[in-house]
Ligand binder design. Sequence first.
Ligand SMILES: Cc1ncc(COP(=O)(O)O)c(C=O)c1O
Length: 444
Amino acid sequence: MRHATFLPSMLAPDERTQTYIKQGRGVELTLGDGRTVIDGGSLSSCIVGHAHPKVVAAVQEAAEKGSIGDGTGWDPREQAAENLLRIAFKDEDWAKGVALFISASEAADLGLLLAQTLTGREPFVSRERGYHGAVGLGRSVSFNKLWKPKLVAGENGSEVLPPEPATIRRLPVPECGHGTPATYDPDHRCIESCLRDAPKLLEGAAAVIMDSTQGSVSPSPAYHDALAEAAREAGALWIADETVTAFGRFGHWFSFQRGEQRPDLVQLGKGITGGAAPGGALVLSEQVLEQIGDRRWTTSSTFRGHPVTVAAISATLRVVEEEGLVERSAELGLELAREADAIASRHPCVLRVVGGSGLLRQFQLDVPEWRTEAKWEGGLKVDSLPELVHREGVERGAYIGIFSGQTVWVIPPLIISRDQLAHVLEALDESLAVADRALEGGRL
Ligand SMILES: Cc1ncc(COP(=O)(O)O)c(C=O)c1O
């Protein structure tokens, strides 16, 4: 047996991904072979573009200060928490506490543990195809098995999964989660349809956790509101997973701002550091802080609130605010929505476009057997249709995101220009035409 040194995420030890990147600058990526492509979705965290000069300068300065751990005082750490509330949560006066973590996965685990501790309850409620983290309870509440830690045999896809440490109650795939606000059924009432069983599932639950992007669904603001109300009624906490959507992805600092209800805990990661350093956070409501009272929340980890991380958080917040990137995402998002619908209508290989507002669209492709939930349960090999679109996109100078076996994502840095976005969409359009022909010719 071959013993590989590096064990890549999602692959067998001797497998390697097809696209190598040498460096990113702004919205451009230089590939391993020297070609340059526009970044239409290599990394959802990269909201301010690659190597933003202000973020790089802040990170460099922090790195020069030495190593300062979680157990010692470090002013910029407290300032980053304050900046987060002052800038991103400026209209949200219920948000009062910030805990910093190494990743969104860690934030999910600690948030869920806190919910159990505060409520004295054990079960959680989560939706089908959602994803919240790779470790601990975040792993357990993720029904999107594609990303779950497991061993998968390449040949037949047989899987070995470890046991779950918690009881997770499953909400069905939201019926309102397909299409754009323009195509939502105006008569659809979540609480009477996709959330019919929610009140029962929430009985005795510690928390419900919700995200807005994973699994080719994007639940409507009405869905979030209805579920939040049902959770409150049942005495369960609402954890809003804003890992992909903060800051600004949906044209708001946070996706919950599209609705009326407000969460108890907000899970953050990815974009809060602009992709320049690993980092996660939990924002706690005043009510949760009151429940904690004057007790200590004793949990620690060496690299939490690392100088480089907090420098990246503060710099990213400033750049998003100064460059008006939230507003920009809302504005360009309207164009993206229009174009995405037009592109989808031209291609039989596209089953649907998913996304609410802002600079994000998922194209769910007609991957054979897509209707079976088993497809969402993952497997080692992704289907070839999104891979084909990705490959063709690169040939045409655009990096199209590929984060599952069913969908391709347009999720560019929020600094993308109109022309660059048009280039990505043109490349996507042409690449989907190649996928159409491949489907027609039965070559998949
Ligand atoms: C919605 C959502 N929540 C949480 C996570 C976990 O983030 P991380 O892998 O950075 O810990 C992800 C990662 O893809 C995500 O998409």
